[in-house]
Write a protein that binds this ligand. Structure first.
Ligand code: SIN
Length: 529
């Protein structure tokens, strides 16, 4: 029997796997081929690294309306309220579904789900499995996907570009070009629907909590294909990445640690968040990250400290075993001394603009998860809303795709060439480093007009260097990733230059100097929202 429709999913984090799994269930008995492609498998995904949890209303005293209001408040006027409502209403059902699939979450003494507190939430509603919730979701979904003979899983294919063509109804996406990272083979895969679920882009910054693959591939492909983006100025910095000088990868100290009672300290030992926001250490992330940034700048230190000793050893060990192991592995005992921390790039709140079903501005293309700008997060993301988004929106996207039974015959997939992969040249390594420093200094937690103009210039130069390297024949993975990252970095910088006011995670000191009122008071004096 020939396949009537083919759907390619790029990215095997929670959003990509949740979509593939749901589409398979909804199209049972139909001739639908589902391919799930990634360059390194689900363990390398951003989802797998997520510590915190899934935000979901599970306590009788809580309500989806409160969850909605928290999301809108943290999103600072830039969320799409219809998307917010759709997502937060399905928190409890999403958890139920995961439990039915075999997910294990932490329980309290009475055997009920134990919800943690995180920043910006007015209630404890972060369902978690220790400090490895993302890995638990990945485990459960991967088991389902691997068991499903209708989902073809490929884990060595790096997505290079979208295939598009002009048709009677306008331009549409017709598939994807990939490169096999083992052999360098370039293949054109044709599909009726292509789904980008490629995750984050934190690697454009010097310090990030994101894994090595978070190079913005999906957003970069969308930019090259002219697909509209949204909310790109809003990069969320996590306030508490572990400070480990000289280490390239940054380890996250979950916000749930502050939710359990840890507090940030000034260099003199007093409480850093006192008097800065009514929610103190659990204020929205942009506020806490900016407060730490201000303290670091004013006092000349390169980190601050997080006192977790008040949590108590038994609870810390039970709820944060991975963090405890990591701290011990570097000779730090968080029960005896404060943890050195600093902010690090964590989450891109915007991305490829989508509607509430994940549809993008290009026919045949869907975007899900962190690479998508669905309007859920607005100008700053409420903690642990992203795993929920990655569970809920794929369900609607899969229903929309399953409901469309039309599919013209497709050309067969074709190998169109082969790249001889080589090591990166020094110029590429230097240009990558320059991009990261430039983004960190000028398009980071605090921005100013002159810095943004400098960044725009420098990023153009980095892009030129990358093009020159490519034209000169360099074919390294690092160069391919740099070409993606610099496009994403430019889009963030350009949108930051156009933001007229300080909103959510975007903060430009020149707006303050000009007397432009922030949408919510962003720092100091306790008067907010
Ligand atoms: C954390 O555990 O602090 C991160 C959770 C999130 O970013 O949603």
């Amino acid at each position: 029997m020939s396949v009537q429709r083919k759907v390619i999913v790029v990215g095997s984090g929670v959003a990509g796997m949740a979509f593939a799994h749901r589409l398979s269930a909804l199209t049972r008995g139909q001739q639908v081929e589902i391919q799930l492609l990634s360059k390194a498998g689900p363990q390398a995904s951003n989802s797998n690294a997520a510590q915190g949890g899934v935000a979901a209303v599970i306590h009788p005293a809580d309500s989806w309306e409160k969850h909605r209001d928290d999301t809108l408040r943290v999103g600072d006027g830039r969320c799409d309220p219809a998307v917010v409502e759709r997502v937060v209403k399905e928190g409890a059902a999403s958890i139920e579904e995961l439990l039915a699939k075999g997910a294990r979450f932490d329980l309290d003494g009475d055997g009920r789900l134990n919800a943690a507190r995180e920043g910006g939430h007015s209630a404890a509603r972060v369902v978690h499995r220790g400090d490895r919730t993302g890995a638990e979701l990945v485990r459960v979904l991967y088991e389902q996907v691997k068991r499903d003979p209708r989902i073809k899983v490929e884990e060595t294919l790096m997505a290079l570009d979208l295939l598009t063509e002009e048709g009677p109804q306008g331009r549409r996406c017709t598939g994807i070009r990939t490169m096999d990272v083992r052999t360098g083979a370039i293949t054109e895969h044709h599909a009726h629907v292509t789904v980008l679920a490629t995750g984050g882009s934190g690697r454009i910054y010097r310090h990030t909590t994101n894994p090595a693959g978070a190079t913005g591939a999906g957003v970069a492909m969308a930019i090259r294909a002219g697909v509209p983006l949204r909310d790109m100025a809003f990069v969320q910095f996590h306030p508490t990445a572990l400070y480990e000088p000289g280490k390239a990868d940054t380890f996250l100290i979950s916000e749930a640690v502050r939710g359990a009672g840890a507090v940030l300290l000034m260099p003199d030992g007093s409480r850093l968040m006192d008097g800065r926001h009514p929610m103190a250490d659990l204020a929205p992330r942009n506020i806490v990250a900016r407060a730490i940034h201000a303290v670091m700048r004013e006092t000349g230190v390169d980190h601050v400290r997080l006192d977790a000793t008040r949590i108590g050893e038994a609870r810390f060990a039970r709820e944060f075993p991975m963090i405890l192991d990591h701290c011990w592995s570097i000779g730090l005992d968080p029960m005896k001394e404060p943890i050195p921390v600093m902010p690090a790039a964590h989450y891109l709140c915007g991305g490829i603009a989508t509607d509430a079903d994940g549809r993008t501005g290009l026919d045949g293309l869907i975007a899900l998860g962190e690479c998508a700008g669905s309007g859920l997060h607005g100008a700053d993301r409420l903690a642990s809303n992203s795993l929920l988004e990655a569970l809920v929106i794929p369900r609607y996207a899969a229903a929309a795709v399953a409901g469309d039974r039309h599919g013209d015959p497709l050309p067969s997939d074709a190998v169109t060439g082969r790249i001889m992969l080589m090591d990166a040249e020094a110029a590429t390594t230097a240009a990558t480093s320059r991009m990261r420093d430039c983004m960190t200094a000028n398009v980071g937690i605090v921005r100013e007009n002159e810095g943004l103009r400098t960044a725009a210039r420098e990023l153009e130069e980095v892009r030129n260097t990358a093009d020159v390297q490519w034209q000169a024949g360099e074919r390294s993975l690092a160069l391919m990733e740099l070409r993606d990252m610099v496009l994403v970095a430019r889009a963030i910088c350009q949108q930051a230059m156009q933001e007229p006011a300080n909103t959510g995670a975007h903060f430009n000191v020149d707006n303050e100097r000009r007397g432009v009122k922030p949408r919510v008071a962003t720092l100091v004096d306790g008067a907010t929202a």
